[in-house]
Design a protein around this ligand. Structure first.
Ligand code: LLP
Length: 422
């Protein structure tokens, strides 16, 4: 027997009725729990730390407010995320700013706001920041982002050649050493330590152990004592039953142990450890609600069932062949089961949300719930085909609140101007 789907104590069908579909729904308690689990893992081990929510996964004013309530930090990667965090009155000292091509305007904004840490990615930025700070006679805490030469997929050090990545200072060619020297020599930059991020949706501890050790080695090579080592994010989550990730806290444990051992080996004091989880905080707690519409049955080949959303609200299946699982909001155990392809309403053959899944025979009007959609769904949404973006609803303790309104057709043309040069 399947059960009706409840999110944060409210039935999914009720949410669909009240707010319409497509709809993004978040179980806020689940996000809070994940943030608390990260914190308690560090606290249990008695190390200095910062858990910095990588807000590119899902950034809205309400989300920043929840993160603020939980007392963890955030990482932003654009003026837009920074501005949104400011609207949530997020404590700017607890903000770090990542990105490989921050603009002058964005850096000025960060300095105006008093962002805690800027994670400097390249020489252009290092010089730019130095100039801006000198003009203002201001000081800034920074980390230097390095390409550590570790692949998250093979979990092996890439021992030959350069790491082919646009992010961070290269190590083999001496860029990192030069950058550390420059930063240490600066009167305006306060170099706290090093940063690396090796990838996303990682399932294996080896990659995290590798990057943790590598950062200690790199600091030792550069002959400087870091106050902070930031190992980035990337903790994998479960999208389908085939995914069996370790709990993110297990990764944290491994990271701490690796840094403890490596610093002891290099006779270096234990630094603060910073992590930047995005997906693991927002992903599992998010659900996309759709209403079933048309279908096309190809005898002996396939059943297509279309929902009222698709690649505009969740680009991940089309972009990365990402797999999701769906469930019917209301039990329908009396219906026969069929293997279906769930597609969207966008004018592209690649607008497939689920390649194939066995589900009770779907009927027009059914509410379908896609699980684990909370990360990189809303944040990567588009208005493709001029479809308005869905609203976002937070649910907690049996209560629901719309935290982003559904876009209207008027919103779609709000910035459009009539062409009148002719
Ligand atoms: N820190 C840095 C520097 C990053 O670049 C990222 C992700 C994170 C932290 C957070 O990683 P997470 O814990 O969320 O895996 N759009 C893709 C994911 C791109 C991730 C980019 N950077 C997706 O939908 O899978």
């Amino acid at each position: 027997m399947t059960e009706r789907v409840e999110i944060g104590g409210v039935a999914a069908t009720e949410l669909a009725q009240q707010f319409g579909t497509p709809l993004y729904v978040y179980d806020v308690a689940q996000m809070r729990q994940q943030m608390r689990d990260f914190k308690s893992e560090f606290e249990a081990r008695g190390v200095d730390y910062a858990v910095s929510y990588a807000s590119k996964a899902f950034a809205t004013v309400a989300m920043y407010e929840v993160v603020k309530q939980e007392g963890i930090h955030i990482d932003v990667v654009s003026g837009g995320e920074l501005y949104t965090a400011k609207q949530a009155d997020f404590p700017m000292a607890h903000v770090s700013f990542n990105g490989n091509n921050k603009s002058v305007d964005e850096l000025e904004m960060a300095l105006d706001y008093g962002v805690g840490t800027i994670i400097v990615d390249n020489f252009y930025e290092l010089a730019l920041l130095e100039d801006l700070l000198a003009e203002r006679d201001q000081h800034q805490d920074i980390l230097l982002r390095v390409s550590p030469g570790i692949s998250a997929h093979t979990h092996e050090y890439i021992s030959t050649g350069q790491v082919d990545s646009k992010f961070g200072f290269d190590v083999d060619s001496g860029q990192m050493l030069t950058a550390v020297k420059q930063a240490l020599a600066s009167e305006h930059l306060n170099l706290l330590g090093l940063h690396a991020h090796i990838g996303s949706q990682i399932f294996d501890e080896a990659g995290f152990r590798g990057v943790a050790e590598r950062l200690v080695e790199l600091a030792a090579e550069a002959e400087f004592v870091p106050q902070v080592l930031n190992v980035g994010g990337g903790f994998g989550i479960r999208y389908t039953q085939e995914d069996q990730p370790l709990p993110a806290t297990t990764f944290i444990d491994d990271i701490i142990t690796s840094i403890e051992q490596a610093t002891q080996a290099h006779e270096m004091p234990m630094p603060a450890i910073w992590v930047e989880p995005g997906r693991s905080i927002a992903g599992p707690a998010g659900y996309n609600l759709y209403t079933v519409g048309s279908r096309k049955d190809l005898p002996g080949l396939r059943h297509y069932v279309a929902v009222d959303g698709g690649m505009g609200d969740n680009i991940r299946p089309a972009l990365y062949q990402a797999a999701y699982e769906a469930q019917l909001a209301e039990p329908a155990d009396d219906r026969p089961t069929e293997a279906v392809r769930i597609v969207g309403k966008y004018c592209e053959s690649g607008d497939i949300l689920i390649d194939e899944q066995n589900l009770p025979k779907l009927e027009a009007g059914d509410v379908l719930v896609l699980n684990a959609t909370g990360a990189y769904g809303y944040s990567m949404a588009s208005n493709y085909n001029r479809n308005p973006r869905p609203s976002v609803v937070f649910v907690e303790d049996g209560q629901e609140q719309e935290v982003v309104k559904r876009e209207t057709y008027q919103d779609l043309v709000r910035l459009d101007q009539h062409y009148d040069l002719a």
